[in-house]
Design a binder for this molecule. Structure first.
Ligand code: NAP
Length: 282
């Protein structure tokens, strides 16, 4: 079997184009702008690139760029004050605090200063609680991007055995919740899981979000499974994922590539969240 390659880049582009029209009609009907405040503390080069693409694509979608930059040595109080100011500003629909933060800052405490209606990354404790209780809110972008890819591909989740490899607050845990909401039978594997391959081989859908290059090989996948690779790693061969694509694509029925799979979906979902945030506040 040779797997169908899921084109995340194409779906993300389609979502952004649709969104542009929705943003326009929201602005027309409310008479007000939609603004995204990306907050970058310090000058980490990878974070600069991520924030740069978020700003560029949000502007293309008709969303105002309300970027804030703070120096590397900004104190907890200074970052908190900047977030509080953005939280109180009606021109700001969404706030995104770019992670990781410099190590002297308490990231969880800062994230929790963002009001849930402006939490376009879906990472505050309130947003996580709303997701756990299936109350409407803003969902974390990468997990929602994975679900959008699966749904666009027509993958049946109801009753399916789904294994999520990874249990981070950013990806694994919220993804497991979203799969559960769609009636999948969900298993969460992590670094203490015994015999990972025996667990993942039971799955019709495997989602790798472990942050370990090529962790998932042919021995982890049963014939015909759908495999989504969230991992991103820079290597000598360019960007690679948590899945050994060459080996697994011979066994799976559908697979996401790295790059061009989940990555582009994350920003598309961020832009969707920014419009939803504006709607929630309207
Ligand atoms: P993380 O916070 O480091 O969490 C990794 C998770 O994987 C942990 O729960 C860990 O288990 C588990 N794990 C580690 N080694 C394992 C192993 N050998 N077997 C099974 N489980 C293992 O990472 P993250 O933030 O969730 O990100 C995961 C990956 O996705 C990274 O490569 C990251 O760069 C990528 N990512 C991509 C996007 C995107 O837009 N495409 C967005 C976010 C993240 P323990 O809990 O037991 O430690």
């Amino acid at each position: 079997m040779t797997a169908h390659i899921i084109d995340g880049k194409a779906l993300a582009k389609k979502i952004r184009e649709e969104l542009r029209a929705d943003v326009e009609s929201f602005k027309r009907s409310t008479g007000g702008p939609i603004g995204l405040a990306t907050v970058l503390v310090g000058d980490d080069p990878a974070s600069e690139v991520y924030v740069g693409s978020k700003r560029k694509l949000s502007k293309e979608a008709g969303i105002e760029d309300l970027h804030r930059r703070l120096p590397m040595d900004a104190t907890q109080e200074q970052v908190a004050a900047a977030l509080d100011e953005l939280a109180a500003d009606p021109a700001v629909s969404g706030i995104l605090l770019q992670l990781p933060l410099p190590s002297h800052l308490d990231a969880k405490a800062l994230i929790d200063r963002i009001p849930w209606e402006k939490d376009v990354d879906g990472l505050t404790t309130t947003s996580a609680g709303r997701l756990a209780r299936s109350v409407e809110g803003l969902l974390p972008c990468t997990p929602q991007g994975v679900i959008s890819l699966l749904e666009d591909e027509g993958v049946e989740l109801q009753g399916a055995n789904a294994v999520v490899v990874g249990r981070s607050d950013l990806v694994g845990k919220p993804l497991a919740q979203l799969l559960l909401q769609r009636n999948a039978t969900v298993t969460i594997a992590h670094s203490k899981t015994k015999d990972l391959a025996a667990v993942t081989r039971q799955a019709e859908v495997v989602i790798a979000a472990a942050g370990v290059p090529h962790l998932i090989g042919a021995e982890h996948i049963s014939a015909g499974a759908v495999v989504i690779d969230v991992g991103i790693h820079r290597s000598g061969e360019g960007l690679i994922g948590d899945v050994d694509f060459d080996a697994v694509s011979k066994i799976a029925s559908k697979i996401t590539p790295v790059p061009g799979g989940v990555g582009p979906m994350t920003i598309a979902e961020l832009l969707r969240n920014t419009l939803k945030a504006a709607q929630l506040q309207n």
